[in-house]
Design a protein around this ligand. Structure first.
Ligand code: TMP
Ligand code: ASP
Length: 237
């Protein structure tokens, strides 16, 4: 199924798909990292959980007309996607204030953003993924102003779809990070993954954190909470 390794990131490996030009195999790893790779641990089963979760979420987005790179889940830890050129922007959408925005701007924890807030970060490990504005983004990535507007509008649309999906399983989608890529035909589509690595997910009843913050903050069992997310998603998808 897979050919040459093209790229290895902190949480996934990217392979060329065998005999399928223009397609890639994403292989989800068991590694978790935080604070730009400073904290690192391996969790048996994490790759499977994130692959399965992302493979449920992306088709849900397709149903709502969102274009993505996702094609199909291949096995426990791998999925087939269209090859894209990743745009070096991390697009964060926030519904409630927590995480870096609290430290950066001194906002009160759980302040509601209505409408939801979008932020752009420059995807560059050496620089520590700094926060940037739209004009920086236009200078740092090969997107036009109208494409950037479309990316942000799509991110907010995805927020609507995912917020109601998670609400249906008694979870608040607090915030999340998206990445977009350019297809061979020039279209920009959602790429990367959507998983508890890239979202903050809080149980609506208990406020329990069901995402990577349990690892970042050392407050819970990563495999247990990711498993809980998968189980709840499987009950509605
Ligand atoms: P932040 O509050 O640390 O800026 O994180 C915002 C959201 O982005 C949160 O859901 C976690 C996610 N995120 C990533 O997916 N990758 C990252 O490298 C970081 C820093 C955050
Ligand atoms: N993924 C990032 C890293 O390893 C940070 C994070 O998700 O908090 O550094």
């Amino acid at each position: 199924m897979k050919d040459m390794l093209l790229y290895e990131g902190k949480a996934k490996q990217v392979y060329k798909a065998k005999n399928k030009p223009g397609q890639l195999v994403l292989s989800y790893k068991n590694d978790a990292t935080a604070f730009n790779g400073e904290k690192k641990e391996t969790f048996h089963g994490k790759g499977r959980l994130n692959n399965e979760i992302s493979s449920l979420v992306f088709p849900m987005l397709h149903k709502h007309g969102i274009q993505t790179h996702f094609m199909e889940r291949l096995n426990e830890t791998e999925q087939l996607v269209y090859q894209t050129e990743i745009i070096p922007l991390e697009v964060v959408v926030r519904n409630l204030a927590t995480g870096s925005i609290i430290k950066r701007l001194g906002m009160k924890e759980k302040t509601v953003f209505s409408p939801p807030l979008t932020e752009l970060f420059y995807k560059d490990d050496d620089l520590g993924d700094p926060l940037i504005n739209d004009e920086h983004a236009l200078n740092l990535s090969a997107v036009t102003l109208s494409e950037l507007k479309e990316i942000k509008a799509t991110a907010l649309e995805i927020n609507k779809v995912l917020s109601s999906l998670f609400e249906s399983i008694n979870i608040t989608l607090v915030d999340f990070k998206l990445e977009f890529g350019r297809m061979a035909d020039g279209r920009i589509v959602l790429a990367d993954e959507i998983s508890p690595d890239t979202c903050r997910l809080w149980d609506r009843t208990t406020q329990e954190k069901l995402d990577k913050d349990v690892f970042r903050q050392g407050t819970g069992e990563l495999i247990e909470v990711y498993g809980e997310i998968l189980q709840r998603l499987q009950s509605v998808t």
